[in-house]
Design a protein around this ligand. Structure first.
Ligand code: 13P
Ligand code: ZN
Length: 270
């Protein structure tokens, strides 16, 4: 059997986690990632029938029964993942009961999956219901998006329009806009359910005064969504206290829609 540390999905995850840390999005243990894996991509590296531990997940997600995930561990520092992937990451299958994680690899120091597992798995289920290609859910604490939730209206249309206006390509990268949740207690099934509901209509969900969730087909897409929204939020935080002389107009944004073949969320442009 090949070493799992050489598996492309482990290498790419570790590389992405280090990049997120370098961006400053993941102080201490902030942030978490989950990736839906195919049995076929894991089988060359791992005996899929040897369960190391059974861990209750604290909720039921029958639609994910039998599915494999690699997920960051709770309390783990993104800064350290590249030094010891096996202690900081875990691979588990959701058992047929839909409420138990069957650990196949990782969490070697006795740890377990992120405290945000409800938001991750419920978001996977929600995204898969609208896009069968969805594989990745990512959460982190980017400075400027977080700052923006203190000073900007949390209305989703208003928040989205501001981001679209801050950088020309935003509307191409996230034409469906961003959804926003008011502050809620993190790590709970309630915030998981609320996040998943928001994930049905957008791949980006802002958690006010906390951070952001992103979902997509792969790590590049999920990382790129956050990177682009965070860049826009940065421009907002750099300019919003200054006298604004010009901005992108709705007519400009309509031109972008036409040029790039995207459709802005209905009702978001005048
Ligand atoms: P975990 O360490 O449990 O992944 O939590 C980090 C976090 O960002 C909580 O929202
Ligand atoms: Zn967080």
């Amino acid at each position: 059997m090949k070493s799992i540390l050489e598996a492309p999905f482990v290498r790419e995850l570790v590389r992405t986690i280090s990049a997120m840390y370098a961006q400053g999005w993941d102080e201490r243990n902030g942030g978490n990632i989950s990736i839906l894996l195919d049995d076929a991509e894991v089988a060359p590296y791992l005996d899929l029938n040897t369960v190391l531990r059974r861990i209750p997940i604290g909720f039921k997600e029958p639609s994910l029964a039998g599915k494999l995930f690699i997920v960051t561990g709770t309390g783990k520092y993104f800064r350290n993942v590249e030094l010891d992937p096996a202690a900081n990451l875990g691979i588990f299958r959701i058992a047929s009961d839909g409420e138990t994680a069957e650990l196949l690899w990782g969490y070697t120091d006795g740890g377990k999956f992120t405290s945000e597992l409800p938001a991750h798995l419920m978001s996977h289920a929600a995204r898969l219901s609208v896009d069968p290609g969805n594989r990745v859910v990512m959460h982190c604490h980017p400075d400027n998006l977080l700052a923006m939730t203190y000073v900007h209206d949390l209305d989703e249309r208003a928040f989205t329009r501001t981001l679209w206006q801050m950088e020309t390509e935003c509307i191409v990268v996230f034409p469906e806009g961003v959804n926003v949740l008011p502050w809620m207690l993190c790590g709970t099934n309630e915030i998981g359910e609320a996040t998943a509901e928001k994930m049905k209509t957008a791949r980006l969900v802002v958690w006010a005064q906390h951070g952001i969730y992103s979902a997509g087909a792969d790590l590049d897409e999920t990382f790129g969504l956050i990177e682009t929204a965070e860049k826009a939020a940065k421009i907002y935080m750099m300019t919003s206290h200054l006298p604004i002389r010009q901005t992108l107009t709705d007519a400009d944004l309509h031109q972008m829609e036409e040029r790039f073949g995207v459709k802005a969320r209905a009702g978001y442009l005048d």
